[in-house]
Design a protein around this ligand. Structure first.
Ligand SMILES: *Cc1c(COP(=O)(O)O)cnc(C)c1O
Length: 386
């Protein structure tokens, strides 16, 4: 279990820090690229918001996959890391003029648009520059992904995308613009999806919508972007280090009806980077309460927010002890009652100074870190650099 962590090298490092297993990252990238390559016209874009560490982004760029961005900063980070602008897609409900302008100047592949006023803004900025922007319309397919309420995005009540009732007006609007070219439809139903039937349900919706658009307006678009959301096994990082990309792409190949020449785009974030990262923290104190024992670590909710934000679970391992197990709550030092990583878990008897690893923390971990309580941001250590 501890073989993957060079604990003796951690001794001289400041904690907490994210530790990235570069071999596992590369293995995962090569799996996602080779499984997608089995199908003609499948393209993978890494969803940068899962982890935008510049070193990690360079490894992603080397794999040859594209990028999915949700801010102008991410568009620039993708390009700076070496991902060609021609493989960058840009989604988000609130793209500002500045972000749109920078993306037009960079020459990104496509804007995934989410509203009529956004279309007007992109048209105006593209006209100023005398360029034509490629547009995909983000459609809200009203599919309920079986995941946490805060990370489903494809329901009619979410802020994302265009609802079916408005879709024809939005298509008309894009088609009427001189500096916009409608090139696709975009969907994204949520994150941490482990039930493959949710993706089958999305395919059914996309098929039905494509049939309707073809019948009612003779419209067939060259690109279908089905978003991301493939989940990872937080409960079993060593048994499932690389997600089952083969089954994922096979499902789309089987269930998504493609018209001739149609390209299919995927935006995977979590499934590419989650398992390669762990948050390494040291035990500051072990405190005995009346009914509980608390392991107080030097990482807090500001370093890894997911447990406090979504009640998310990360396996926690003691890298320094193999003594008999006891029951602990593992908590951070931040002045918030929600600064708890896990409750009533079994760990080998734990002492001050022990190293703990919070596993499966490569996605939405470092990327969500913040400086509350004047705390320094966590460091990042790559396995091939120490
Ligand atoms: C966050 C996001 C993704 C990636 O989601 P994962 O669950 O990390 O795969 C893909 N597309 C869009 C539009 C997103 O906002």
């Amino acid at each position: 279990m501890m073989k993957n962590f060079p604990v003796e090298k951690f001794e001289s490092l400041d904690t907490p820090f994210y530790y990235y297993d570069v071999n596992l990252l590369k293995e995962t990238l090569s799996a996602v690229a080779s499984e997608a390559a089995k199908y003609d016209g499948f393209h993978v874009h890494y969803a940068i918001k899962a982890n935008f560490n510049p070193r990690l982004l360079r490894v992603v760029a080397e794999s040859g996959i594209g990028a999915d961005c949700v801010s102008g900063g991410e568009v620039l980070a993708a390009i700076a890391a070496g991902i060609p602008a021609s493989k960058v897609v840009f989604a988000g409900v609130g793209k500002t003029d500045k972000e749109i302008a920078a993306s037009l100047d960079a020459g990104i592949f496509c804007f995934n648009v989410e509203s009529l006023p956004e279309i007007e803004a992109i048209e105006a900025l593209a006209a100023e520059r005398g360029v034509v922007a490629q547009i995909a319309i983000r459609v809200n397919p009203n599919v309920a992904a079986h995941t946490h309420a805060n990370i489903t995005t494809g329901l009619a009540e979410n802020k994302f995308g265009v609802n079916y009732e408005q879709l024809n007006d939005v298509i008309d609007c894009v088609e009427a613009k001189e500096h916009l070219k409608l090139v696709g439809l975009h969907f994204h139903i949520g994150s941490q999806i482990l039930d493959i039937n949710d993706f089958v349900a999305l395919c059914d919706k996309v098929n039905e919508l494509q049939r309707m658009l073809k019948e009612t307006r003779g419209l067939v678009l060259p690109n279908i972007n089905v978003g991301g959301g493939l989940g990872v096994r937080y409960d079993a990082p060593d048994e499932y280090p690389v997600p089952d990309f083969a089954h994922y792409f096979e499902t789309y190949a089987k269930c998504l009806h493609r018209y001739e020449g149609q390209q299919v785009h995927f935006e995977l974030g979590r499934s590419i980077v989650a398992q390669c990262g762990s948050l390494i923290t040291r035990v500051t104190y072990v405190k005995k309460g009346t009914r509980k024992q608390f392991v107080i670590v030097d990482a807090g909710m500001n370093d890894l927010l997911r447990p406090a934000l979504y009640g998310a679970h990360h396996n926690i391992e003691n890298l320094s002890s193999s003594a008999v197990e006891e029951t602990y709550d593992v908590v951070g030092p931040v002045c918030e009652s929600s600064d708890v990583f896990d409750k009533d878990i079994q760990l080998p008897e734990t002492r001050r100074g022990d190293f703990l690893a919070m596993r499966t923390a490569g996605a939405y971990g470092e990327a969500m870190a913040f400086g509350y309580n004047c705390r320094a941001l966590p460091g990042a250590v790559f396995s091939d650099e120490i």
